[in-house]
Write a protein that binds this ligand. Structure first.
Ligand code: SAM
Ligand code: DTB
Ligand code: SF4
Length: 340
């Protein structure tokens, strides 16, 4: 990929006071021009913007648990949990509340301030909502922020999650609309946007991002950030995942994305959505420490900690804390954000 130095008038100059106010009128051309900046200019600008909104050198630590694993009817080409993919992952039933709370306690003891629970569903069933809301209430009582990702929601399910005190709902747009249609056929991009609108309107904080390295091209990464940064409100959390190549999925042999393109995706997300917490999400096991440091420089200020994501591996806590210490990064204290 070629990144030329571009004419100064194609990109807003280095930020001055007020210039990094929140905007949701970003154009694809502006986003494309950001991607094309020389890497050091892009990193400097992203870190400068980050510091206008967040304390420096703090990274929030979330923990993930798959509360309902495998056997998903959706055909997402990247996902180890789809029943359309032959990954050999056994399907499990929804976990019991106490078993989830036990895992949450371990995550808290390990330093997590947010506990994210994921269900391999197209949508949750109404009959599961009592168990799900009990999980939210229990994790909240432990003093952690709660996040759920359960697929598409109905209006009444969304209200129940809000009433239980859910802090964040994760629902990724995953890519551009054009590329999304190539990797998932069992639902539409608009379905995704509809659930995001329900969540936003209910007052639950939105967590939405995507995956890069799925064989998409640069215009798809631009399209994904364009979708997210032009939503009526920017998502409070923006997870950027590097594809985890899982054998048995159609994307298992996808060519590795240039690492700097991933770093650029983090930086452009930060610049376009400066008040959002950009999360360096899946794929860290394949990243060097230097690359992760570059992602923090690019404005990533959250990670998933613990040896397991949902079904795939992740660096262990000690390795992460060792990296934090060497980089002078501190885990961010809990800061519960009430959505409006
Ligand atoms: N079923 C729900 C849904 O799709 O919204 C929630 C769980 S789903 C596993 C949550 C997210 O995990 C997906 O939107 C995708 O971004 C991410 N994900 C799944 N498989 C992945 C992979 N192999 N590599 C990176 N991210 C992945
Ligand atoms: C997100 O954007 N990434 C997390 C979380 N939201 C739910 C999931 C990553 C899953 C990676 C593949 C797996 O472990 O199954
Ligand atoms: Fe199911 Fe979510 Fe995986 Fe798609 S990403 S197959 S909806 S668990």
């Amino acid at each position: 990929m070629k990144h030329e130095t571009i004419a100064a008038d194609q990109v807003a100059p280095h930020p001055t006071v007020g210039e990094n106010s929140l905007r949701n009128d970003w154009t694809r051309d502006e986003i494309s021009a950001l991607f094309d900046l020389p890497l050091m200019d892009l990193l400097l600008r992203a870190q400068t913007v980050h510091r206008e909104y967040f304390p420096p050198n703090e990274v929030q630590v979330s923990s993930l648990l798959s509360i309902k694993t495998g056997g998903c009817p959706e055909d997402c080409a990247y996902c180890p949990q789809s029943s359309h993919n032959n990954t050999g992952l056994p399907a499990a039933k929804l976990m019991e509340v106490q078993a989830v709370l036990d895992e949450a306690q371990k995550a808290k003891d390990g330093g997590a301030t947010r506990f994210c629970m994921g269900g391999a569903w197209r949508s949750p069933k109404d009959r599961d909502m009592d168990v799900i809301t009990a999980m939210i209430e229990g994790v909240r009582e432990m003093g952690m922020e709660t996040c759920m990702t359960l697929g598409m929601l109905s209006p009444s399910q969304t209200i129940r999650l809000k009433e239980a005190g859910l802090d964040y709902y994760n629902h990724n747009v995953d890519s551009s609309k054009e590329y999304y249609e190539k990797i998932i056929t069992t639902r539409t991009y608009q379905d995704r946007l509809n659930t995001l609108a329900l969540v936003r309107e209910s007052g639950i904080n939105v967590c939405s991002g995507g995956i890069v390295g799925m064989g998409e091209d640069a215009s798809d990464r631009i399209g994904m950030i364009h979708t997210l940064s032009t939503l009526p409100d920017h998502p409070g959390s923006v997870p950027i995942n590097m594809l985890v190549h899982v054998e048995g999925t159609p994307l298992s042999n996808t060519e590795e994305l240039d690492k700097f393109e991933f770093v650029r995706t983090i930086a452009v997300s930060k610049i376009t959505m400066p008040a959002s917490v950009v999360r360096l999400s899946a794929g860290r096991l394949e990243m060097s420490e230097e690359m992760q440091a570059m992602c923090f420089m690019a404005g990533a200020s959250s990670i998933f900690a613990g040896t397991k994501l949902l079904t795939t591996e992740n660096p262990d806590h000690e390795t992460d804390m060792n990296l934090f210490a060497r980089l002078g990064i501190k885990p961010a204290p809990i800061c519960r954000k009430e959505a409006v």
